[in-house]
Write a protein of this length. Structure first.
Length: 377
């Protein structure tokens, strides 16, 4: 039975709602700006530079860690409520599935080599582990602040990094298919802009700055999806057709450059049985963020895909991080929002797309969606 996306709520550096965020991205707008709360040395020990990031200024400026996540999730729920206000009470006790950042991600003991994409060991930080996120409390507080008119409950949470959105979608789709509920809310929220995370990215040479051009530009975002099963809702925005998972043995944490095996595998799995490869160019939205490791991963994956079928050489590639920054565990959800907006506004390059996600742990995940208008035609 098909699972449909009925509504989307989103906040990002480009806007406080889904429509504005995706329209600005489509126009090539970028609001990356110097972060006035974090600086790095730029070669000269007497000179410091501000780091550039994609910050949701009106929501998160002045907040740290849990506070940033709370503000982002509240904003995304408010946007969802604006589009579902007339029917929101029908979702009383709606189960919510959340993708949140790994609370221990800042405990890293490797530094990326900018030339090879491999890692060199460094001494582990002596600082204490980050405090975990209480997902249930975060959801409850966000729902209250957003003015959600009925009860919602946390069903499950994932803390698996960039694949978190697709990981939690798997759990949600399993519950929907089992008939435990006919509707659900999937949320993804992350920020790489708090001081602790920025310090970790800088110390492990992953943060783009004047002295390190091949790092990532950090961002933050919150996305919530209202899902329904079968024909529960008419006029839905997109259909989730398939999920796929695999693993890259030479992960970011392994100290070796990736070979693209896991990433190419998930793209091939979701492509099976669609009208591409064949009738149209594959459309892939990737969480590639500009890092050497991720560039190597996608480069090798594309080589493997093209060797298997030449149609992949014409792939239409979208990288949402170029507009929103690296949004961590919300990255795949941002990709979903961009794809659905493209279908709604008529500028999508294909009637189907693949969302590809790569976690530092080596986990790879893929999701295939289709355009509801095309399915009806």
């Amino acid at each position: 039975m098909s699972t449909h996306i009925a509504a989307i709520g989103m906040v990002s550096a480009l806007g406080l709602d889904w429509a504005t965020s995706c329209a600005a991205s489509r126009c090539g707008v970028s609001r990356a700006a110097a972060l006035d709360h974090y600086r790095v040395q730029a070669g000269d020990p007497w000179k410091v530079e501000f780091v550039v990031g994609h910050q949701v200024d009106l929501l998160t400026r002045g907040f740290e860690r849990h506070g940033r996540l709370l503000r982002l999730l509240t904003g995304a729920l408010r946007d969802l409520l604006r589009t579902t206000s007339e029917t929101a009470r029908d979702y009383d006790s709606a189960p919510v599935y959340l993708s949140l950042p790994d609370p221990h991600r800042t405990l890293s003991d490797a530094v990326l080599d900018e030339k090879t994409g491999a890692e060199a060991p460094v001494r582990r930080s002596e600082t204490s582990p980050s405090q975990g996120f209480d997902a249930a409390a975060l959801l409850s507080q966000a729902a209250t602040l957003a003015g959600w008119p009925c009860r919602i409950r946390l069903a499950a949470a994932a803390h698996s990094g960039h694949t978190g959105t697709i990981d939690i979608l798997e759990r949600c789709l399993r519950d929907l298919s089992a008939g435990q509920t006919s509707y659900a809310i999937v949320g993804a929220v992350d920020s790489l802009l708090d001081d602790e995370t920025l310090a970790w990215l800088s110390n492990t040479r992953r943060l783009k700055n004047p002295s390190f051009a091949t790092g990532m530009v950090p961002g933050e975002s919150g996305v919530v999806l209202l899902l329904c099963q079968g024909q529960q809702m008419k006029g839905h925005l997109g259909t989730i057709d398939r999920l796929a998972f695999d693993h890259e043995d030479q992960s970011f944490d392994s100290g070796k450059a990736p070979l693209g095996k896991g990433l190419s595998s998930v793209v091939r799995q979701v492509a099976d049985g669609t009208d591409w490869p064949g009738q149209s160019s594959p459309w892939v939205l990737s969480d590639h963020n500009g890092e050497v490791y991720r560039a190597n991963d996608w480069g090798w994956a594309l080589q493997r895909l093209t060797a298997a079928n030449a149609i992949f050489s014409t792939s239409q590639m979208w990288f949402p991080a170029s507009s929103f920054g690296d949004t961590g565990s919300a990255g795949a959800a941002v990709g979903i929002a961009c794809a659905v907006a493209a279908w709604k506004r008529g500028y999508a390059p294909s009637t189907r797309c693949c969302i590809a996600a790569s976690a530092d742990s080596g986990r790879r995940a893929g999701l295939r969606m289709s355009n509801p208008q095309a399915r009806r035609g």
